[in-house]
Design a binder for this molecule. Sequence first.
Ligand code: NAI
Length: 328
Amino acid sequence: MSTPVKVAVTGAAGQIGYSLLFRLASGALLGPDTPIELRLLEITPALKALEGVVMELDDCAFPTLAGVEIGDDATKVFDGVNLALLVGARPRGPGMERGDLLEANGGIFAPQGKALNEVAAEDIRVTVTGNPANTNALIAMSNAPDIPQSRFSALTRLDHNRAISQLAAKLGVPVTEITKMTIWGNHSATQYPDLFHAEVSGRNAAEAVGDQDWLANTFIPTVAKRGAAIIEARGSSSAASAASATIDHARTWLQGTPEGDWVSMSVVSDGSYGVAEGLISSFPVTVANGEWSIVQGLDIDDFSRGKIDASVAELAEEREAVKELGLI
Ligand code: NAI
């Protein structure tokens, strides 16, 4: 077996953590031949619960789990990590305004960005799942000046997977027939799941659906509001699917995209498709040798342009708000 890959998970005692850690430990990310060392960060009051989770990890006797360390000090937990999955975040409490939410999360992601900058491994890659994921990633990135900006990302893979599943169900085809799905913009209700560039068995998805009303008034809102629908049905937010998408995202980043396909990742914009430079926005990306690139040259019609612009405007507002708070 090779040297263990050190993977940090924050919010490790939370709901997503409870699904994510066991899949990571069992080899879902790195495969059966690469050992993984887990570095788990929590706030002090949650460390006892986290100890219980670690007892369960021990009890699974996973052959690929080379070690687990836990703690409440980011500088210790992130020391030498190759991959950081930033899941822990401050949820919106009752009566909390967006500015308060951004500020509370700035208090988490600015110090975590600084700690990664100081102690993470050279090849560090960072994925933010904790909401508001795109702007939290922007805050972490802005506080880690020595880490290349391309090493920061936010999770829109869950939205991507939801869009694939909804389209496959509509057309009665297996999910494996769907390629080139794209989520544009923010991981929020303004996100734009795009069927105009997606394909079903190689055929344009919007044409295969042939129903603009379904696309605009059923598909897009179903994907964008799926999180709320799950809370309504389950009584708590999506956790297993969020953990699964976090692993999909990180695995694609490490292993690459298949020929003829792409994935959705929120990454720093270089101005492509009119998305203001420096925003962390979701794009269609291909990945090779651990580096992502935004797919270029897609035609964007007026319908898509309006949807992308609306979501990107929200990201720009969030960036202004965190700038005013001095977080970036
Ligand atoms: P949860 O509330 O069950 O767990 C969050 C954990 O983070 C808690 O254990 C808490 O103690 C911990 N935490 C808080 N501040 C921390 C800090 N400074 N350092 C380390 N840990 C800290 O929440 P859950 O369900 O696990 O969700 C986590 C986040 O993921 C939420 O922000 C949620 O909105 C987001 N999410 C994102 C999705 C996406 O597609 N991007 C999908 C689903 C959830």
